[in-house]
Design a protein around this ligand. Structure first.
Ligand code: ZN
Ligand code: ZN
Ligand code: FE
Length: 747
């Protein structure tokens, strides 16, 4: 190239230090011209010097938080002269991409820990490569006036950094120091350094609420069993696992680590990463009966300072009242969390929107997102080939694990985890998030996608909006949406042909009006056939069946001809009434749910038969037991599909017989997982042979179970298998599937 070029850079390239990066590269290669942000990303005009090397460096050396989707170069007339310049962007609304919050970078952390630096000990240090973003933005364009930093005018020293293109803090909107930025304090107030005092209180066994990036955490010493028990009692959270924050060296002592685990922990998103227990053990109250602990690294300077002052791992669980969303405001925290905590670590940088910690786990092939929120949202997922002309779509997800998805400009934006929409405050957050995303991303949908279930609040909301605004409404079957979500995030093309979907889930409304959840589908983005399914059983008491595993055990034992065994195991329960309800179909809808079969087997094996203290507890304990078993001690023959239905009755009889013969519960839990994996792998192979489908998709909430996932991947060896990685396999990923199916119907 000899003349001038115009370079278009697309992707996550705004608010991540991309322009100063380009400026630095231009100086290095003696290039003249300019760089600016606009509605499509970053635009560069360049000529002179080593332009080819300049372009190569832009492609290859992008700053840490940038995600470059495309670099397009066209030759243009003329030439530029003089030094390379950063030019102001073209007016309000021109800068379009909002980036996720990022963990403090090494350079900033180095300053915070350096006694000679002006930010020594400052809990809010950040730069263009790190710090809060989505959690502090109230509107666009992304500049300080539109963030919760607006009330902190920069001091001269900070402004000089902010205005110097050679500085790491050039145009870092949240830039701050102790002279001009947010401050931290302790309540009840203390003499001296609030962080040192907070650490002393934690070491003494107190429970503190600590304000972070996306909300408040409840914090205590993770090595103090008594403090953990107190926290659980006060929060009324008897068994749900608690996340732990620690430095990497500490985590390596307590957890089994591999490269993926390290990579996930050290990601700028700083998620909670669920890892198997290692040699050293935390008190059992952290994650009772799980054999796994969710770990995260400190991700703000405040966390680093606190962890270092304490000198050990800290419990960091979300600061909320049972069932409610995490608290984000100072006054709200004082009012709601006072009965749980002994004090507060407060600061005065407001949180613009609640962002829970993201959660990841490791699978046989890498990382898998279990909960998508802080640090990952609003990152986008490029739509697969064939979706280029997709209209703008908004999809409203399900009733549980609610999240909203937007499609625009060939990208899907799966919004942050909101929670269960039955809960009033979560519902408010859902409605707010809908308006919030529409405004932030200048989103004007032509199409609204919702679940088939008419009673989901999200469905009603979407229908009302479509009605009100005259938009096209697309209803999407729940398990078809799970299938499509997994296909989309794996980049399966629009015309890539049919795949087999093993959708093992809780419940969702089926196309025939019954509740589905153990499905073998053959389909694509346009449609599906139900090839096979778990033999249905009644959910006695409707939603109660999801909370009390004995209800599922009863119906599966009765189906297997083991009514007497049910009488023996659950004699203290109202069995006669339950059986009558099942027989007459009174508040006992039929369901092929795999999640409920896990509950049934758990209860048969004596795990949480009476009730679960959190959703998924029985299945998670069953998974942990299966993981602890050596495997192969007990084998249960696979079932075959008859008239489309896979009947678990023989398996239930085998389990009971083995148990009576003295088999260990862990071996039985393992054998059950193996049975599910082998049965569904067999059905998948049959479905592939009959349909010509060339790949298998594993989706639905049951695939958060890594033992099951691993066994199925093994059992399907030799076939192309698609798993969830960036989006949750459970209903947290549902909206993405709805969105792409709705888009496909328009293409
Ligand atoms: Zn930094
Ligand atoms: Zn300052
Ligand atoms: Fe689901």
């Amino acid at each position: 190239m000899s003349g001038a070029v115009e370079i278009r850079v697309r992707g996550q390239v705004q608010g991540v230090g991309f322009r100063p990066f380009v400026w630095g590269v231009a100086r290095r290669f003696g290039v003249s011209g300019w760089v600016r942000n606009d509605a499509e990303g970053v635009l560069i005009g360049a000529s002179g010097g080593q332009v080819d090397a300049f372009v190569a460096a832009i492609r290859g050396e992008a700053p840490p938080l940038a995600r470059v989707d495309a670099v397009e170069v066209v030759e243009v007339e003329g030439a530029f002269a003089g030094p390379f310049e950063i030019v102001a962007s073209g007016g309000a609304g021109a800068e379009t991409r909002v980036t996720p919050d990022a963990a403090v970078c090494d350079a900033c952390l180095g300053e915070v820990m350096d006694a000679g630096d002006r930010r020594f000990g400052y809990p809010f240090a950040n730069c263009t490569h790190c710090g809060p973003r989505f959690s502090i933005i109230s509107g666009l364009p992304y500049d300080r006036a539109m963030t919760s930093m607006a009330r902190f005018p920069m001091c001269e020293a900070c402004r000089a950094e902010y205005e110097d293109p050679a500085d790491r803090r050039f145009h870092a909107q949240p830039v701050a120091c102790a002279d001009c930025g947010p401050r931290v304090w302790l309540e009840p107030e203390a003499e001296g350094d609030p962080i040192a005092e907070a650490a002393a209180r934690l070491r003494a066994g107190q429970i503190l609420a600590v304000k972070g990036i996306g909300g408040f955490h409840l914090v205590c010493d993770a090595l103090n069993a008594e403090a953990i028990a107190t926290l659980r009692a006060r929060k009324q959270r008897p068994a749900k696992p608690l996340a732990v924050m620690a430095e990497l060296e500490t985590i390596e002592r307590y957890a089994l680590m591999n490269d993926w685990g390290r990579e996930a922990l050290c990601d700028p998103a700083a998620p909670i990463v669920v890892l198997e227990e290692g040699e050293a053990r935390l008190p059992s109250g952290i994650a009772p009966g799980q054999g796994m602990v969710g770990w995260m690294l400190p991700y703000t300077p405040l966390h680093h300072l606190l962890i270092r002052a304490v000198g050990g791992p800290l419990v960091m669980t979300s600061g909320n009242l049972s069932g409610e969303p995490q608290v984000i405001g100072n006054q709200e925290a004082r009012e709601k969390l006072a009965p749980i905590v002994d004090g507060f670590v407060m600061h005065d940088r407001d949180i613009a929107r609640r962002l829970d910690d993201s959660v990841e786990a490791l699978t046989p092939s890498g990382r898998m997102v279990l909960r998508r929120a802080r640090g990952q949202v609003p990152g986008t997922i490029p739509l697969p080939p064939g979706f280029e002309g997709a209209p703008q779509v908004v999809a409203y997800g399900g009733q549980m694990k609610s999240a909203i998805c937007l499609i625009k400009n060939g990208q899907a934006l799966l919004g942050h985890h909101l929670g269960e929409l039955d809960e009033a405050l979560t519902w408010d957050a859902f409605v707010e998030a809908d308006a919030d995303y529409a405004a932030l991303f200048d989103h004007r949908p032509e199409v609204v996608a919702v679940d088939l279930h008419p009673e989901y609040r999200a469905t009603k909301h979407g229908k009302a909006r479509a009605d009100r605004e005259g938009l096209r409404l697309e209803e999407v079957q729940h398990h078809h949406a799970h299938l499509a979500a997994c296909m989309a995030e794996n980049g399966w093309p629009l015309d890539g042909g049919k795949v087999v979907g093993l959708i093992l889930d809780g419940t969702g409304l089926g196309a025939d009006g019954t509740l589905w959840g153990g499905e073998v589908l053959i389909g694509d983005y346009h449609g599906f056939d139900r090839f096979a399914y778990l033999k249905p059983a009644p959910l006695i008491g409707g939603d109660m069946a999801a909370r009390e595993p004995w209800r599922n055990a009863l119906v599966r034992l009765d189906q297997a001809g083991l009514a007497q065994e049910a009488d023996r195991l659950f004699g203290d329960k109202p069995l006669a009434m339950a059986r009558m309800a099942a027989e007459r179909g009174v508040n006992a809808p039929m369901s092929s749910s795999m999640g409920r079969l896990f509950d049934a087997v758990a209860a048969v094996l004596g795990i949480c038969p009476d009730g679960q203290s959190f959703e998924g507890e029985a299945a998670m304990r069953l998974e942990a037991l299966a993981r602890s078993a050596d495997g192969g001690r007990v084998e249960i023959p696979v079932a075959t599909v008859v008239d489309g239905a896979l009947d678990p009755s023989a398996m239930i009889r085998d389990l009971c017989a083995e148990r009576a013969a003295g088999a260990k519960v862990a071996d039985l839990a393992h054998a059950f997982h193996q049975w599910v994996a082998r049965c569904f792998a067999d059905v998948a192979r049959t479905a592939m042979a009959e349909s010509g489908a060339e790949a298998v998709v594993l989706s639905g909430g049951c695939f958060q179970n890594r033992v099951l996932l691993e066994m199925l991947v093994d059992a399907l060896a030799g076939t192309t298998v698609m798993l969830h990685e960036q989006t949750p396999a459970n209903d947290g990923g549902l909206a993405l599937g709805q969105a792409v199916i709705a888009a496909a119907r328009c293409l």
